[in-house]
Design a protein around this ligand. Structure first.
Ligand code: ZN
Ligand code: ZN
Length: 172
């Protein structure tokens, strides 16, 4: 049944619509937008004032209503973390991935908002994390979406698509 994309709490509607198209293009699989899920209060960490990404991933995988889908992508408009890192842009498990929007906005860094840049970063993060769920590791091609981003300038250099060799590995 392809990929299902789920907003976890309030997110950006434009993001959800453009994800549908871009993920379909990148993975050549049907993409559906599921019903918005409640805010992920269960994953909130008081001390860090962030949400634990792994808890959200586990919740996505457990949802019976998504068991027919090949992959699940959760989109959260909250800052995510894993215990060993200050923050994560996203996280991938075996069948599900989650991406966080706040740090993809220029305004997060005190800069004027640039919607095109924001939308593009979201697509790149989404394809990257889903790429991991399809078994792809990091790619050496700096233009490829699977190139490891150390910073947003790395992210902005990438295309929101898999390079030919990564594509081949997903589509076998
Ligand atoms: Zn990665
Ligand atoms: Zn690649």
């Amino acid at each position: 049944m392809g990929i299902v994309v789920l907003a976890i709490g309030k997110t950006d509607e434009e993001v959800m619509a453009s994800l549908k198209e871009s993920l379909n293009h990148a993975f050549n699989r049907p993409v559906s937008i599921g019903k918005e899920l409640p805010e992920p209060d269960y994953a909130f960490n008081n001390k860090r004032n962030q949400y634990l990404a792994t808890t959200i991933l586990n919740r996505l995988v457990k949802g019976r209503e998504y068991s027919n889908y090949e992959r699940i992508l959760g989109v959260v408009d909250h800052d995510l973390f894993v215990p060993e890192l200050n923050f994560v842009f996203g996280l991938a498990g075996e069948r599900a991935a989650v991406i966080a929007l706040p740090r993809l906005r220029q305004s997060f860094y005190g800069l004027p908002e640039e919607n095109t840049t924001f939308q593009r970063r979201v697509l790149i993060e989404a394809v990257h994390e889903l790429g991991h769920t399809y078994g792809l590791g990091h790619c050496r091609n700096p233009r490829c979406v699977m190139f490891f981003s150390n910073s947003l300038s790395d992210t902005d250099r990438k295309e929101p698509d898999l390079c030919e060799s990564c594509k081949e590995r997903v589509f076998i």
